[in-house]
Every structure is written in structure tokens, then in C-alpha cells.
Design a protein around this ligand. Structure first.
Ligand SMILES: Cc1cc2nc3c(=O)[nH]c(=O)nc-3n(C[C@H](O)[C@H](O)[C@H](O)COP(=O)(O)OP(=O)(O)OC[C@H]3O[C@@H](n4cnc5c(N)ncnc54)[C@H](O)[C@@H]3O)c2cc1C
Length: 374
């Protein structure tokens, strides 16, 4: 057996979630290595809209989890060496048709009824345009929430990696995790393309690559691969003061417009059809964008749990195994880091995660051979 490394915890995935987990474990004194088949921030964390978002997330318990996630970003922000573009001006859901308004109103009423902490409020068209003067005068209304904001996801991920390295975390890049090693119901390490890593704790934070690592252990993580495309304009003077659910202006002045939801497997191509649809939607909301040059178009693949709830927590049937996979991974990155570090170090967390049990789809499946397989 070729031993590549020995450590207390190995985190698979150097996206925003893996880097956050590594940072949180590192500052709590754990010996940690992060493994990635690519590089730091080479998956969905580099190809998203960058919203730190609470509004309209349901059910209310999930909305409250996201609210907690946003508060944790506020606490983390002063620790970064550079500005990661984190801004919390609140966010607006724009309603361009009566049907949109009716749908958003129903969601708003449900969340208000179920959660005292939901602070969103309805805006009439005049109030929307007072907050955002360039919004189309065809708007029929909107909703403002003080809990929403945005961030530069690339800078965030790289800063978390910088802080993790400073806390002693080692990054092993361009090395693929092949399977998790275990004996007698306990994790013993990881078999990789470059040799084995000995570790009593393994965290799967591999985004879209997570199911194929968990499945051989009898843990079913059903994920949809949900492609989203985004258009980016050149930098212009500030015309937007709040992010909306699909348009935001960065601190540098670029406008990001999104986003699609497409079934395309792991194909992250961009398409003309999506560009037309995104641009049309954006112009319906903010007509002044018609004269702004488009700089680029990109796409990413969301790791979307089929019930749209994260897989977050420890695996009861395999001691030393932890899973953290989410389609709201920018918003929830800091929270995921805190939860997993609590579980590894203390064996418990005060954050309510029972709805996000990574084994919730595995229970009905009979356990398969959990012996080491290469
Ligand atoms: C278009 C789009 C818009 C989005 N907008 C938002 C938004 O506004 N707000 C928000 O909160 N979220 C948003 N998301 C979701 C967010 O981007 C993801 O939830 C988040 O990036 C997931 O982070 P991650 O670290 O789990 O995954 P990733 O960033 O994908 O990282 C996983 C890493 O694991 C590595 N890996 C996989 N398999 C293996 C293996 N076998 N061995 C070693 N390494 C492996 C990969 O190389 C990758 O680097 C959006 C996503 C998309 C695509």
C-alpha cells in the first residue's frame, strides 16, 4: 500500500464548502488535508451568481437555516485579508406579471405565518422604483428582504483556503478520491489516484462528485445535476443598489444576469438559446441594460439534492464519515463549515440539522458490502 499522507481529517473537495470546513477544523486545532481532483474553486463555486440569499426559501426551517448562514458571513467578513465583495443591502424579488406577484405573495404569506423572524415586506411599483430607479415601469410589485446580500464567490473560496492554510491545513490538488476505506463500520482513510491517505475522519464535500463516493458505502445521495448559465456585462457606473433573485451588480461594476435551470448532465457548455432567454428576462426587468456590452457567458452545475435540502451531517452507519452537499452553497458555506467542525470535534452541534440527514434516502436500502474496495 502506497501511503500518500496521514492526517486526522481528510476533506474531499476544495470548493467553497470544503474550504470552509477545512478552515473551521484547522482553527479548532485539527490536523486536516483537503483533496481535490482539480484545483481550489474549480467546480460550482467558481460558476454561480454569488447571492447570499434567504428570501422565498421554503419551508420556514430551511429559510431560517439560510438566515443563520447569512449572519455567519457577517461574522466571518472581518477575518478576510481582502474585500470578498460581501455586501448586505437587502435583496428584492421583482414581479413583472400578476402571476409572478400572486406566486410570490403566497410564498411570502406562508413564510410570514410560519416564522416570526422573516422580515420581508411587500413593495408597490412606486416603492420598488424608489429603491431601484432603473427597474422597468411595467413592474407590478416586489418584495424586499433585509436578510439578503451578495458576495464574490471566487474571492470568498480563495480567502477561506488562505485562512485554512494559515491554520495549518494542507491542500493535495489534482488528485482524485477513488473510494473511502473502512473497516468494521469505521472510516480508516481514502484511496486516491496517487496512493492512500490514512485518516479516521473523511468529509465528502465534493459537490456533484459526492454521490459516487457515498454510493459504494450504501449511502444514497440522490442529486440532480442542474446546469445554470450566467451572462456578465462589462463594468459600468452603479445602477443597481440591491441584488435581485437573478441580477446583481458587483462591487467592481459588472452586472451578472442569470440564470437557467437545465438538465444537461455534467455538460457545462453555454448556449445561444440560454443567452437570449437570460438577456430578454434582464431587459424586461432593467431596460437600460440594452446598451451595456456583454463581456462573457459561463455555466456551472448545481449539485441539487432531489428534495432541495442539503445533505449535511455525520453518517450514523459509518463512524468518521461526514457529508456536506448543498445547492445554496455560497449562502450556506460558513454554516456548513461550522456544523461539520462541531460534529468532528465535539460530536454534536447546536445548529438544527435533523432535516438534512445525509442518510434520509438510504434507510430503505439494504446496506451493501462496506468492505474496502479498490
Ligand atoms: C449557475 C449557478 C448559480 C448559483 N447561484 C448561487 C447563488 O446565488 N447563491 C448560492 O448560495 N448558491 C448558488 N449556487 C450554488 C453554489 O454554487 C453551490 O452550491 C456551491 O458552489 C457548492 O460548493 P461545493 O464546494 O459543494 O462544490 P464545488 O464548488 O463544485 O466543489 C466540489 C469540488 O470537489 C471536487 N471533486 C469532486 N469529485 C471529486 C473526487 N472524486 N476527488 C477529488 N475531488 C473531487 C471538484 O473538483 C470540486 O472542486 C449556484 C450554482 C450555479 C451552478
Amino acid at each position: 500500500m502506497n501511503i500518500l499522507h496521514e492526517t486526522q481529517v481528510i476533506v474531499i473537495g476544495a470548493g467553497v464548502i470544503g474550504c470552509s470546513i477545512a478552515y473551521h477544523l484547522g482553527v479548532r486545532g485539527m490536523d486536516v488535508a483537503v483533496l481535490d481532483s482539480g484545483n481550489i474553486c474549480s467546480g460550482a463555486s467558481s460558476a454561480n451568481l454569488g447571492l447570499v440569499w434567504v428570501q422565498e426559501k421554503e419551508p420556514s426551517s430551511y429559510m431560517e437555516l439560510n438566515m443563520m448562514g447569512v449572519q455567519m458571513h457577517s461574522k466571518m467578513a472581518p477575518k478576510y485579508d481582502e474585500d470578498v465583495g460581501f455586501r448586505m443591502p437587502g435583496g428584492i424579488v421583482l414581479c413583472l406579471t400578476d402571476k409572478d406577484l400572486e406566486r410570490s405573495m403566497k410564498t411570502y404569506e406562508r413564510l410570514k405565518k410560519d416564522s416570526k423572524s422573516y422580515m420581508a415586506c411587500f413593495l408597490n411599483p412606486r416603492e420598488v422604483r424608489e429603491l431601484e430607479p432603473y427597474v422597468s415601469n411595467k413592474i407590478v410589485g416586489g418584495f424586499y428582504s433585509p436578510h439578503d446580500g451578495h458576495i464574490d464567490p471566487l474571492r470568498l473560496t480563495h480567502q477561506l483556503a488562505v485562512l485554512a492554510k494559515r491554520a495549518g491545513v494542507r491542500f493535495i490538488l489534482e488528485t482524485k478520491a477513488i473510494n473511502i476505506l473502512n473497516k468494521d463500520g469505521m472510516v480508516t482513510g481514502l484511496h486516491t489516484g496517487a496512493g492512500d491517505i490514512v485518516a479516521k475522519n473523511v468529509v465528502i464535500a465534493a459537490g456533484t462528485g459526492s454521490s459516487s463516493l457515498a454510493n459504494p458505502l450504501g449511502i444514497n445521495l440522490p442529486l440532480r445535476f442542474d446546469r445554470g448559465q450566467i451572462l456578465v456585462t462589462g463594468a459600468i457606473k452603479q445602477i443597481l443598489h440591491h441584488p435581485t433573485e437573478d441580477i446583481r451588480q458587483t462591487v467592481n461594476g459588472n452586472i451578472l444576469m442569470g440564470t437557467t435551470h437545465e438538465e444537461a448532465g455534467l455538460d457545462n457548455s453555454t448556449t445561444t438559446d440560454a443567452a437570449v432567454r437570460i438577456a430578454t428576462n434582464a431587459l424586461n426587468s432593467i431596460p437600460i441594460l440594452k446598451d451595456v456590452p456583454i463581456l462573457r457567458q459561463f455555466s456551472g452545475i448545481r449539485p441539487m439534492p432531489i428534495d432541495k435540502r442539503p445533505f449535511l451531517g455525520s453518517v450514523k452507519s459509518m463512524e468518521g464519515l461526514y457529508i456536506a452537499v448543498s445547492h445554496s452553497g455560497i449562502t450556506l458555506s460558513i454554516l456548513h463549515g461550522k456544523v461539520i467542525s462541531d460534529l468532528v470535534v465535539d460530536g454534536m452541534t447546536d445548529i438544527p440539522i435533523s432535516d438534512y440527514d445525509p442518510e434520509r434516502f438510504s434507510k430503505e436500502h439494504s446496506p451493501i458490502d462496506r468492505n474496502n474496495k479498490r
